[in-house]
Design a protein around this ligand. Structure first.
Ligand SMILES: Cc1cc2nc3c(=O)[nH]c(=O)nc-3n(C[C@H](O)[C@H](O)[C@H](O)COP(=O)(O)OP(=O)(O)OC[C@H]3O[C@@H](n4cnc5c(N)ncnc54)[C@H](O)[C@@H]3O)c2cc1C
Length: 432
């Protein structure tokens, strides 16, 4: 890829999968640019490993992180602060200690904010109380593994739920459910356990090539699928989870166009539902970080508005209002699955388009929406769902030699042994 000799100031906000991968490539291609990466984190986590910690596949949790200082590419200035404000009109970023960083171009990659408090009766601090667990957090994943074993040992009802907002790795809540179910069989305890999965969506999964097999697996394993059920709150003392069930019904109303006639309209009906549990696994509601919304960079209309994901063009990843901002990764408001697999394919597009902008050209590289979600179906198999914006399969070589609409052992090896080193030694340093 051709670089640029322009002496521009680039600020990268957020040094995770997207921010580090971008910085590493940019520093090699832009010899005279000044690149500043802002991120307060001490550690760089390989988050897909959280599912494997929560299910006991990774017994040493410390293997999923590296020191952030070891991940910052040479030649990039690291500001170890959280961004608190961003002014896209003045091209400045303000951090927690009050310092202001001006930029010519901004790479916006701060990932997702988990809003634990948006579930009544729950907060990040109380996670674990009342046997409520979540692998959407490093410590949470470790507690989950302890709780999963105790639950399988003791018996009872396991309730597993996703959330109503867009969330990273939509497969994660399903994976921990299936792994716990398989663990109960491995330990000879399946008959004393009941498994129920609740999704806020209309269906368990929505990628045509993979959905039928996934639904079949749930059926074969006697895990119920309950759709349109959104977690509202948890009574941890009583071990009850409160859902809101949403249904769309047809209703007849007078037709103002024709006297005496009626017409059918859709009406959304919500019903409260309470379920008892012995073990509860949740995904927290998620959004863009607050400073993104406050800066007016998020979507303001439609289904993406409430969560304020960054308003970028879904092909070029360039902001729709501010042409000196590119955004990718979980924070980007694009209709694909929020995964590091997607980030890997977004990075080269965002790099090319940023260089075009720096050179005064139109951005021309296009991201096709590629995302991958390795759905771990048991200890030994993974349904490797890979697809694009149109939900068409995008199977990678060499797995394309097999029917990948089914769970595969080779995909398990990839997931458990190969992807983590590829993340730390290939993707983050900008080589893969
Ligand atoms: C349980 C779980 C399972 C997953 N499983 C998979 C999987 O199997 N496959 C897959 O591909 N993906 C998976 N993912 C998703 C994947 O981890 C994310 O999609 C990916 O990390 C997104 O990269 P990102 O750079 O956008 O965000 P992140 O990697 O989260 O990085 C964001 C960075 O921004 C920083 N930041 C946040 N706020 C600020 C601020 N105010 N100022 C400055 N910096 C800030 C953070 O410290 C962080 O370093 C999983 C995630 C979870 C939680």
């Amino acid at each position: 890829m051709k670089g640029s000799d322009r002496a521009v100031k680039i600020v990268v906000v957020g040094g995770g999968a997207a921010g580090l991968g971008m910085s590493a490539r940019l520093v090699r291609l832009l010899k005279k640019a000044q690149i500043t990466l802002i991120d307060p984190a001490e550690r760089q986590f390989y988050q897909p490993g959280f599912t494997l910690i929560g299910s006991g596949v990774y017994r040493n949790p410390d293997k999923v992180w590296r020191r952030q200082s070891d991940c910052i590419p040479e030649g990039v200035k690291w500001v170890k602060q959280a961004v608190t404000a961003l002014d896209p009109a003045k091209n400045t970023v303000t951090v927690a200690d009050g310092a202001v960083y001006p930029y010519d171009f901004l790479v916006l990659t701060p990932g997702i904010q988990c809003n634990w408090d948006a579930i009544e009766g729950l907060s990040y601090k109380t996670l674990g109380e009342g046997n409520v667990h979540s692998i959407y957090d490093f410590e949470g994943a470790q507690k989950t593994w302890k709780a999963v074993q105790a639950f399988v040992e003791k018996g009872g009802r396991g309730v597993f739920a996703d959330t109503y907002t867009k969330h990273k790795c939509g497969g994660a809540p399903k994976k921990i459910c299936l792994l716990t179910e398989h663990l109960s069989r491995k330990r000879g305890m399946r008959d004393s356990l009941k498994f129920d999965f609740f999704t806020a969506s209309k269906a368990l999964y929505d990628v045509p090539l993979f959905t039928p097999r996934l639904e079949q697996i749930y059926k074969e394993r006697s895990v119920s699928i309950n759709t349109r059920m959104r977690v509202k709150g948890v009574d941890t003392a009583a071990k009850k989870v409160h859902f809101i069930r949403t249904e769309t019904i047809k209703r007849e109303v007078p037709d103002p166009q024709t006297l005496g006639a009626v017409k059918a309209v859709d009406e959304v009906v919500t019903t409260p539902v309470v379920e008892e549990y012995d073990f509860l696994h949740l995904a927290p509601p998620q959004s863009a970080p607050d400073f993104v919304r406050q800066a007016g960079l998020g979507w303001t209309e439609g289904s993406l508005a409430a969560e304020a994901w960054v308003m970028v063009d879904k092909g070029t990843l360039v902001h729709k209002k501010f042409a000196n901002i590119v955004s990718l990764g979980d924070v980007a408001g694009i209709p694909t699955s929020k995964t590091s697999a997607a980030v890997r394919k977004q990075i080269p597009v965002a790099v090319r388009n940023l260089i075009a902008l720096i050179e005064g050209r139109e951005p021309e590289a296009i991201y096709d929406g590629y995302a991958a979600c390795p759905i771990v179906t048991d200890y030994g198999h993974v349904l490797m769902a890979e697809f694009d914006y149109d939900k068409k399969p995008k199977i990678s070589f060499p797995l394309s030699l097999l029917d990948m609409s089914r769970e595969r052992r080779i995909a398990w090896f990839l997931k458990v042994y190969v992807l983590k080193p590829l993340y730390f030694y290939g993707m983050i340093p900008g080589y893969w």
